[in-house]
Write a protein that binds this ligand. Structure first.
Ligand SMILES: [Fe+2]
Ligand SMILES: [Fe+2]
Length: 269
């Protein structure tokens, strides 16, 4: 059982690219938040893969080489699935096209940095994705309420695989660079960038969909609960977030194995 849990499995997603409504969870705000995250995935995850590939030839540990292959396979599939999702959920009056362009520019800038800084950025962002994935699996009633089976196949699948490969970029960074000061510095920069861009993108989607999100009393109530839920998420994740700054930190010290076992059982095969 332990081996199965620790394996990085590259799965085909059962998510079917079909028309997606802007609101696919019970709360419109939660849909906008998840969509904002999804918008950043395709470019972000391709960047993660590149940063690990850049230094892969310096890894001589056989198991880590295998894990890198699993990580690359999983992230490549995620990028493709979220690209499809992003195309299907957007319309003329519901989109983040300007942000996608801004992201592109940011990725070009990131690629001019040293390989160490690029990989440190990936390590920091992978910590964020693993923390949030764990939260999604632990509190599906906050994050996934009202999600259709097809949407679950996307979000649940992605969350499971993020937890499975959460140690890979970190281990590569430790074996190649092992620079603690850079790891901490990059986490501080990434924290500001990631949180502010997610808030700004979510707010843009909320504004574009203000008729359903802000002017409907029923939704205002649900969205207030969502806002409280997201604030609670930040507080609950704070200890795991702060743990990253410890010199001895390793992603596997955050135990998400039980969650992973339960979530895998729910994945449609
Ligand atoms: Fe991913
Ligand atoms: Fe990842």
């Amino acid at each position: 059982m332990l081996n199965d849990v620790n394996t990085i499995t590259v799965r085909q997603t059962q998510f079917k690219p079909e028309k997606i409504k802007a609101h696919y969870t019970e709360s419109t705000l939660m849909s906008h938040f998840l969509t904002a995250l999804s918008m950043s995935f395709p470019q972000g995850e391709r960047f993660f893969v590149e940063t690990v590939r850049n230094v892969r030839n310096q890894i001589h540990d056989e198991q880590l080489q295998k894990d890198i292959s699993g990580f690359i396979g999983q992230e490549a599939h995620h990028a493709r699935a979220h690209e499809q999702f992003n195309q299907l959920v957007q319309s003329n009056d519901y989109h983040l096209k300007n942000f996608e362009k801004a992201y592109e520019q940011e990725m070009i800038r990131l690629r001019t940095l040293s390989q160490r800084r690029q990989l440190a950025a990936t390590v920091a962002l992978e910590h964020f994705t693993a923390m949030m994935a764990g939260y999604m699996l632990e509190y599906p009633n906050i994050m996934f309420k009202g999600l259709s089976e097809n949407m679950k196949n996307l979000w649940l699948w992605h969350a499971v695989e993020e937890i499975e490969h959460k140690h890979v970029a970190f281990d590569v960074y430790q074996q190649v660079f092992a620079n603690l000061a850079q790891r901490r510095r990059s986490m501080r920069t990434i924290t500001v960038g990631f949180i502010s861009s997610t808030i700004v993108m979510t707010s843009h989607l909320v504004w574009q969909d203000r008729k359903n999100t802000l002017y409907s009393p029923k939704q205002v109530l649900k969205n207030t609960q969502t806002l409280l839920g997201l604030t609670q998420m930040m507080w609950r994740l704070l200890p795991d977030y702060l743990a990253f700054y410890k010199a001895s930190f390793h992603p596997s010290e955050i135990d998400q194995q039980d969650l992973l076992i339960k979530a895998k059982a729910l994945l449609v095969r």
